[in-house]
Design a protein around this ligand. Structure first.
Ligand code: G4P
Length: 525
């Protein structure tokens, strides 16, 4: 039995795809699910944005925006691996939950549009992965279109993200003249627009195509050979150690839309991506294959339908195995209870889960018991996994109660929602005005809706726009430094924070006050 658990845990690969909107995350996810046989038709993942979702009873915001619990986690089997892909919602759905999801994965896949390079949201998500030091695999997408020079893209990744790159394969041309990829790892050429039977060409010892093939006559082939030679000689060597520490990213080229290079990517990814790793807790490191179920909650999704107030808490299993009905303890409160209502996330639908192991994600129905970051462990065990980090909010809004007679429910609602991790709360120094902080507008929309529906409190939100938040890294606070353009506030633990109007205001402030230490919790160390 113990051995079976070890094997099962080893087969798990739990990752998230990080990218900027439109880079091709949905398309790639769909192709991966197709290879895993988890879906039959392309369009299924996207389809959830409309068709299937319309019948669900989740609320308007969710319907409009297509946030679906079903696509939050997608699990499927591929060869001997059980793969969990965690969705990182972008567009208007970007929120702290997107960041927190990255706390629950063991590796990340970064998709870059070959015509655009590193974009804003990719950078933000990358920073969170970097904080955790998890392996990051890069897929440069849309090679079937004219994009930027591959060497230039690698340079940008190395410079902007401060990470070494190792191209696992190299494109031969691009756009209309995209012939395929030179696969350094599998030592073969994979041809684009070619049927499966003739897709691969083997290479000889010198790294050249063995057989007589027309591609050998093309200048793009010769150019690719030259570039690969350059990479062999002058590029970094592949290092699994560096990959595991998040210091080197293997780079793949391909085209998600045409499913080109995707399976090769998946096979190589599975070979190198780590299975679940030990996690730090207040009881020391806990091995994922150790007996005794434990896990932590990284996301709580409210059911926005007023008729169903229940929520779903997403739990990442970190050790042992989960069985439905098992008795567990919530360490924050010491409360013991049975986990009976749970759900697992399969690519095609939600279904009741009876059994899951380390690396898997389960959804637990929540009637207000859980908070983000909570640890649950089997039996009477009390352990607490490391606290989730603080994320730097970027959007701010003043919030007041519409009805001054309803202050009690207003305060109760805010405090509970803040504790739950829905939004961040700040207060001004003198007047103690409430300011909410978020990383995405969705968090404010959800907040307003839940205040009304769950706490019967109508709120007035007065947008302050985007600000740059920097925590004061010192005990001493000089309230005199507060101004309109560098507003001094307190976070919910009374730590002082400056909210700067823009980059210019931040620079001006640091130039004027070089001895005031400021800190961005998400800054790459
Ligand atoms: P996202 O989830 O990261 O936001 O991106 P998504 O997969 O939705 O892809 C964004 C657009 O890029 C889509 O086109 C998609 O078809 C296209 N795309 C994705 N991968 C490739 C690729 O390898 N090559 C090319 N040429 N295009 C790609 P769209 O027109 O915006 O949407 P749709 O109408 O096709 O759904």
């Amino acid at each position: 039995m113990a051995n079976q658990l070890v094997e099962e845990v080893k087969s798990r690969r739990t990752f998230a795809i990080i990218s900027h909107p439109d880079a091709g995350k949905t398309t790639l996810t769909e192709k991966l699910l197709l290879f895993g046989g988890a879906i039959r038709d392309a369009g299924t993942v996207k389809g959830k944005k409309t068709g299937k979702f319309a019948t669900s009873d989740w609320m308007e915001i969710e319907k409009q925006r297509g946030i679906s619990v079903t696509s939050s986690v997608m699990q499927f089997q591929y060869n001997d691996f059980r793969i969990n892909i965690l969705d990182t919602p972008g567009h208007q759905d970007f929120s702290e939950d997107t960041y927190r999801t990255l706390m629950a994965v063991d590796s990340a896949v970064m998709i870059i549009d070959s015509a655009k390079g590193i974009e804003e949201q990719t950078l933000k998500l990358f920073k969170v992965c970097r904080m955790r030091g998890i392996p990051i695999f890069t897929f440069i997408n849309k090679l079937d279109r004219q994009g930027r020079e591959p060497l230039e893209l690698l340079e940008e990744i190395e410079e902007v993200l401060d990470i070494e790159t190792y191209p696992m394969n190299w494109p031969i041309g691009m756009g209309k003249e995209f012939y395929g990829i030179y696969d350094r790892h599998y030592h073969r050429i994979e041809l684009f627009r070619t049927d499966l039977e003739h897709r691969f060409l083997t290479l000889d010892q010198n790294g050249e195509v063995m057989e007589d093939h027309p591609i050998k006559q093309t200048s793009l082939y010769s150019q690719a050979l030259e570039e690969v030679l350059l990479l062999d000689e002058a590029g970094d060597e592949f290092s699994v150690e560096k990959l595991n520490e998040g210091k080197m990213t293997p780079v793949f080229f391909g085209s998600a839309l045409t499913a080109f290079g995707v399976q090769t990517f998946l096979d190589t990814y599975l070979q190198f991506a780590p299975p679940p790793q030990p996690r730090n807790s207040d009881q020391g490191e806990i091995d994922p294959a150790s007996k005794g179920f434990s896990g932590f909650i990284f996301k709580i999704q409210a059911n926005m339908n007023p008729a169903h107030r229940d929520r779903i808490a997403f739990l990442r299993i970190c050790s042992g195995e989960f069985e439905r009905g098992m008795s567990v303890t919530l360490s924050r409160t010491g409360k013991q209870f049975k986990l009976t209502q749970s759900t697992q996330f399969l690519a095609d639908d939600r279904s009741t889960v009876n059994r899951a192991v380390s690396g898997d994600i389960i959804g637990i129905y929540d009637t207000g018991t859980y908070q983000i970051g909570d640890t649950i462990a089997e039996g009477k065990k009390i352990i607490q996994y490391e606290k989730l980090p603080q994320f730097t909010p970027e959007l701010f809004a003043k919030v007041t109660a519409k009805n001054v007679m309803k202050q009690k429910s207003f305060h109760k609602g805010i405090h509970q929602l803040v504790q739950e991790g829905a939004v961040q709360l700040f207060k001004t120094y003198r007047m103690e005005d409430y300011i909410l902080g978020a990383v995405g507008q969705l968090q404010f929309d959800v907040f307003v809706h839940r205040m009304k529906n769950e706490y019967n409190s109508d709120v007035i939100m007065e947008s302050m726009g985007s600000k740059i938040a920097r925590w004061l890294d010192s005990e001493e606070v000089d309230e005199g430094l507060s101004s309109q353009r560098s507003l001094l506030v307190k976070d919910r633990f009374d730590n002082p924070v400056f909210l700067f109007e823009n980059e210019f205001a931040l620079r001006w402030f640091t130039d004027k006050n070089p001895s005031v230490p400021l800190k961005d919790p998400m800054e790459i160390q």
